[in-house]
Design a binder for this molecule. Structure first.
Ligand code: ADP
Length: 260
């Protein structure tokens, strides 16, 4: 009986959404949300209909990264209507509460909040929904990976050892619940000087590529640590949108092409 207790059995598809891709990281601050948003825009540029769900209920940063201030309203069916921005359908728990109000939630609450944001939101027809996962590999993330019908997961890591170890944990977690790992993105891979363009391997670049090879998962690409990525993110104008012809947009689009 395929419906008996297996993790897959609980992952009911969401009507109208063809594929759900999770963007995860072992710890916070590695640029997971920045990557999720720019990848969503990269997928949009491949002519896909794309939604973005900010499921990082511990510190939702999509409101800041998109500059969205308004609150979603309810439609006739009492479903929340995602906010349209940059051609994406966007939903974040941060639209409903203040970003500063830290949410100390337990695993089951996290899961039910995220289930609600998946199913009680009028997503419409989407080719892909990108989910910005909460950082870490604890119970909340595990349950989430089991609950959401994921096509696969992208793991974001910096080259530093610690976050590589965390990326390994993330990998193990997704394998445990039979979610394919689409690959590892190395963020803040190397420093590129905004003035002279010189490249410096501050964190010992290349670790994620070697790690991906060792673990037998695809290496999706490296994103430099660059002033314009930080400035565009933090001002609500993500780099793929504000510098569409620049080198960073091209990198995100190439990664999008590898996971589509
Ligand atoms: P996380 O979601 O992993 O906590 P964020 O996406 O919020 O991380 O990024 C953390 C900070 O790092 C933000 O200020 C963001 O603008 C910055 N950042 C992320 N990626 C890069 C990058 N490649 N280059 C420069 N700054 C970056």
């Amino acid at each position: 009986n395929p419906a008996s207790g297996s993790p897959m059995a609980r992952r009911a598809d969401i009507p109208g959404i063809a594929a759900v891709i999770a963007v995860a990281s072992g710890k916070g601050g590695v640029g997971k949300s920045t990557t999720a948003l720019n990848l969503a825009l990269g997928l949009r540029d491949l002519d896909l209909r794309v939604g973005l769900l900010d499921a990082d209920i511990y510190g939702p940063s999509i409101p800041r990264l998109t500059g969205i201030r308004e609150k979603p309203h309810l439609n006739d069916e009492k479903k929340m209507v995602p906010i349209g921005r940059f051609g994406l359908a966007i939903m974040s728990v941060g639209f409903l509460v203040e970003e500063e109000s830290a949410m100390i939630w337990r695993g089951p609450m996290v899961t039910s909040a995220i289930k609600q944001m998946l199913r009680d939101v009028a997503w419409g027809e989407l080719d892909v929904l990108v989910v910005d996962m909460p950082p870490g590999t604890g119970d909340a993330q595990l349950t989430l990976a089991q609950t959401v019908p994921l096509k696969g997961a992208v793991i974001v890591s910096t080259p530093q050892d610690l976050s590589l170890i965390d990326a390994r944990r993330g990998l193990a977690m997704f394998r445990k619940v039979d979610v394919p790992v689409l690959g590892i993105v190395e963020n803040m891979s190397f420093f590129q000087c905004p003035h002279c363009g010189t490249r410096s391997d501050i964190f010992g670049h290349g670790g994620a590529r070697q790690e991906a090879e060792r673990l037998g998962v695809p290496f999706l690409g490296e994103i430099p640590l660059h002033m314009s990525i930080r400035e565009t993110s933090d001002s609500g104008h993500p780099v793929v949108e504000s510098e569409p012809d620049g080198p960073h947009a091209a990198i995100y689009r190439a990664i999008a092409g590898r996971i589509r």
